[in-house]
Ligand binder design. Structure first.
Ligand SMILES: *Cc1c(COP(=O)(O)O)cnc(C)c1O
Length: 411
């Protein structure tokens, strides 16, 4: 990328310099935590920095990726979808084939391994839709650690299958009955539990969010997605894709994809959910409608209500309905390296059906946002290649889609 376009950042050694020692990507990020929790987060930061370069840690994580998660996941050329869509070629990185059916396990296994090296006995986290809870409960089972997942009462009722999976995997699901009884209260509750227990427990966030070092660690653990995809794509085609896109909730599957391509002449696009439209509470398109602010322990872009508090967020894909975005995304947009687009519920559902019917791949509704954007861009471009991250599989969504949209016969 041209330096004048990206404010003089040298992307050849970007990962070494971002974030800085305090966890900042430019002015975004940091660690805004209660004073009592500062030592706990410092301990995690120090442990991560001292462990992550050790050959033993790296080799063990590689073995887990290969033997337990089933990595590398393939890159797949959607020939029929590309032909039907009538434009550039569409390729998918198949994170839906990662064990447990989504990319989230990539960082949960890393966090679990870190917990083991730190001698922790327990993993604590919150979950909204339950996807992070399931991935973390899986990691905890693998490493023989206790697992405590905080979840709002409303979400527990909505996400029954994921609650069952967590319990089956041996996790304790703590029902949070305060306030709106959803994700925000679950975050507070998990933080309180961590404060009581931080000597024996580790807190594990579900995306490239939260106080330093989590945006750094989660990015590093997810980076395997783009590292694999870049090599696989070149192996398949001999060239680089023109565009790489991924759905953005908190931003972890996209921060998995983007780093490998930062120094390439490849357009990077984060795809946010436009939900039902542009009104407050109708979408979760943070980059489109949000402003700068501190939330959940870090400075970034967030959707605010009229009081400056985190606004309610909505998307048909519950994994995307977070009112903020990881600080590194805010930074990469600021310097002009990544751009952000929106896809509505209807476009995402349409892509869900098209991919399912044309290719025999049922994507998660979250991932369908990336597929929808790839289809839109492919049409506009006419030629070339787009690589979209299929972050997860849609088994969890089929009952909902069938009930609200039918089976797609008429599409
Ligand atoms: C959680 C989730 C997302 C959104 O989270 P990111 O941190 O933005 O990746 C996307 N796709 C799937 C399948 C998910 O489970």
């Amino acid at each position: 990328m041209e330096n004048q376009e990206t404010k003089g950042i040298d992307f050849r050694c970007y990962l070494r310099h971002y974030p800085d020692a305090q966890g900042y990507f430019g002015r975004f990020g940091g660690a805004y935590v209660p004073a009592e929790l500062e030592p706990a987060f410092k301990e995690i930061t120090q442990a991560y920095h001292s462990i992550c370069h050790s050959a033993q840690f790296i080799n063990e994580l590689r073995r887990i990726r290969r033997e337990f998660q089933g990595r590398p996941t393939p890159v797949y050329h959607c020939e029929r979808l590309s032909r039907l869509n009538g434009g550039a070629q569409i390729y998918l990185k198949r994170e839906d084939l990662n064990h447990t059916g989504a990319h989230k396990l990539n960082h949960c296994m890393g966090e679990g391994l870190l917990a083991k090296y730190m001698g922790k006995k327990k993993m604590i986290a919150e979950t909204g839709a339950g996807q992070h809870g399931v991935a973390l409960a899986t990691a905890a089972a693998y490493f023989g650690l206790e697992c405590e997942i905080h979840m709002g009462e409303v979400d527990i009722a909505k996400q029954a299958p994921n609650v069952t999976r967590m319990r089956m995997l041996g996790a304790k699901v703590v029902c949070v009955t305060k306030g709106q009884k959803t994700l925000k209260e679950a975050v507070d509750s998990a933080f309180e539990a961590y404060l009581r227990d931080y000597k024996t427990a580790i807190y594990c966030i579900g995306s490239v969010l939260g106080p330093h070092p989590f945006p750094l660690m989660v990015r590093d653990f997810q980076k395997v997605v783009g590292d694999e995809a870049r090599e696989q794509f070149i192996e398949m085609t001999g060239i680089l894709p023109d565009v790489v896109c991924a759905a953005v909730g908190g931003g972890s599957n996209s921060m998995g994809m983007f780093p490998a391509f930062l120094n390439d002449p490849v357009e990077l696009v984060g795809v946010e959910p436009l939900g039902r439209g542009d009104g407050v509470g109708e979408n979760a398109a943070t980059m489109a409608f949000g402003t700068e602010g501190v939330m959940h322990g870090f400075n970034s872009i967030m959707l605010k209500d009229t009081n400056g508090e985190p606004a309610p967020a909505y998307s048909v894909a519950s994994g995307l309905d977070y009112p903020g975005v990881g600080p590194e995304h805010a930074f990469l947009r600021d310097v002009g390296r990544v751009s952000y687009a929106t896809v509505s519920d209807d476009e995402a559902v349409d892509a869900f059906f098209k991919l399912t019917r044309c290719e025999g791949i049922i994507p998660a509704l979250e991932s369908a946002h990336a597929v929808a954007y790839a289809m839109r861009r492919a049409k506009e471009m006419g030629t070339g290649a787009i690589l979209a991250n299929c972050s997860g599989r849609g088994d969890k969504d089929v009952d909902f889609v069938a009930e609200h949209y039918g089976f797609g016969e008429d599409r």
